[in-house]
Design a protein around this ligand. Structure first.
Ligand code: HEC
Length: 211
């Protein structure tokens, strides 16, 4: 409870600066309007404004649970707070409080003019990953917002269900950077391998997610 109050106070203190859209070139933000918030029972509140976050990549039909039905592939959209994205692009590190959202949509066919291919249908699940080593012993915690992603809060999933796979297979700090073109580019920008401006070469990005 004490932590909640401190967090709320910190958020209120910098709230104005965050809303004004400061350039974010200073050190990673300690708190911001889109930073994770929790209930008194330590459940993560559903990140309501994630539609406004930075889109980093998508996948279709990616399944990592054995026996999953593949005749109905799902779209995965991955987003992260703009503040965390900017920090990663300039430092190559995800700041404490970084929150990723994985929005899962059904794939819909036979809509109006389309002859083939699929578009995104309804939201079927909403998951989140939060980096907060002081709060979570694994460093990152993982959340599932229930049927149709509509739960208002979610408790951290057991480590063996989510964390282990991310730790072992995510290319950078538990995150599947190797699958997100925008983060691959950001990582290279942070390490000085490419110019930060949008230039030629985006199409020729090597996939360097082998660590
Ligand atoms: C067997 C491996 C595996 C397990 C277990 C797993 N994930 Fe993931 N996760 C992935 C892969 C691969 C991606 C890449 C993007 C995608 O799914 O489209 C991913 C991406 C994510 C992302 C986007 C940010 C990131 O870290 O790349 C979130 C959020 C997420 N998973 C949440 C969860 C939650 C919650 C659970 C447990 C209920 C879970 N994951 C279990 C493999 C796994």
């Amino acid at each position: 409870m004490a932590a909640l109050i401190i967090l709320a106070a910190a958020a209120a203190a910098i709230g104005g600066a965050g809303c004004a859209g400061s350039s974010g070139t200073e050190a990673a933000p300690a708190a911001a309007p889109s930073w994770p918030r929790y209930t008194a029972e330590r459940e993560l509140l559903r990140p309501e404004k994630h539609e406004e976050w930075t889109f980093v990549g998508a996948s279709l039909g990616l399944s990592y649970s054995e026996g999953a039905e593949s005749s109905h592939p799902l779209f995965h959209n991955v987003l992260v707070q703009p503040e965390a994205f900017r920090a990663y692009r300039s430092t190559g590190k995800f700041p404490v409080g970084t929150t990723f959202v994985l929005a899962v949509h059904e794939a819909r066919e036979a809509v109006t003019i389309q002859r083939r291919g699929k578009v995104e249908g309804d939201l079927v699940a909403l998951e989140a990953a939060v980096k907060d080593p002081e709060r979570f012993p694994d460093g990152w915690a993982y959340f599932d917002f229930g049927p149709r992603g509509q739960a208002t809060s979610a408790r951290a999933e057991p480590s063996e269900d989510c964390h282990r796979c991310h730790l072992e297979h995510g290319a950078d700090d538990n995150v599947f950077v190797q699958f997100y073109p925008i983060l691959r580019r950001a990582r290279e920008a942070a390490s000085g391998q490419i110019e930060t401006s949008q230039g030629a070469g985006a199409a020729a990005l090597p996939v360097t997610g082998d660590r």
